[in-house]
Design a protein around this ligand. Structure first.
Ligand code: SF4
Length: 236
């Protein structure tokens, strides 16, 4: 029997189950769907995101999958999005555009190099924040997991903050994700198999080296580890 406990949260009327590390992610998603029928799912379609999409489909999720097109994505990432949209027609895939591109001459084309925090704030965080202000979902379904990086080592299943985040894959390892993706023939971004274990914008992503964290190739050498969506002052 699932024990219910009240968590200190802005969702004071909402009770969250006392999940533990062995809880099946499907149970977490099913609880999320019952508790937050207006749940929405931002995704960048990395390995974690692809696995979460498939699990969400199995749990009956038919909501929106929201992708922020910064204007700097690899073609492989855009193809992965399109493959997933075709595979899960019961969901609505929404692409948010970051607006004017540097190539239009309307924003500084060197911003990602000169000030990647500012670039992410404008091209990633702002479009998603604007979408969330408009849609006002009570919670987000998110694919982060503890073993992606040391900075994510404490991610819980249910994360409170400006908006509740539900992280069904919190305790899954990379090996578990890879095994699930292979078993279900999921359309993983092909760059993953070239060592891009976490794929972001092309100016800010490199393949990881053996033994590195999955996210070590993101903003490598720039003193930055997160885009700002999930950590930092402006986090969701
Ligand atoms: Fe800009 Fe790089 Fe952030 Fe993409 S990842 S929004 S290119 S700084």
């Amino acid at each position: 029997m699932t024990v219910l406990e009240e968590r200190p949260t802005q969702h004071a009327a909402v009770f969250a189950p006392a999940f533990d590390a062995q809880t099946d992610p499907l149970d977490v998603i099913r609880w999320a769907l019952q508790t937050h029928p207006d749940l929405t799912m931002p995704s960048a379609f990395n390995l974690n995101g692809v696995v979460l999409l498939d699990l969400a489909a199995r749990a009956g999720y038919t909501g929106e999958v929201v992708f922020v097109d910064t204007g700097y994505h690899f073609p492989e990432t855009l193809s992965t999005r399109d493959n997933l949209a075709a595979r899960y027609p019961q969901m609505t895939f929404v692409t948010l555009n970051a607006g004017a591109t540097p190539e239009d001459g309307q924003t500084d084309p060197t911003l990602y190099a000169a000030d990647p925090d500012a670039c992410c704030a404008v091209r990633k965080v702002a479009p998603l924040q604007a979408y969330l202000r408009q849609q006002q979902p009570s919670a987000l379904l998110n694919a982060r997991s503890r073993d992606q990086a040391s900075t994510r080592a404490d991610i819980p299943f249910v994360e409170e903050g400006a908006r509740r985040k539900i992280n069904p894959l919190a305790f899954w390892t990379r090996e578990m994700l890879e095994a699930y993706a292979a078993a279900h023939a999921l359309p993983v971004n092909p760059l993953y198999f070239d060592g891009f274990l976490s794929v972001g914008c092309w100016p800010c992503t490199r393949a990881v080296k053996p033994g590195e964290d999955a996210r070590a190739g993101r903003w490598a050498g720039k003193g930055k580890t997160e885009c700002g969506l999930w950590a930092g002052e402006g986090k969701l």
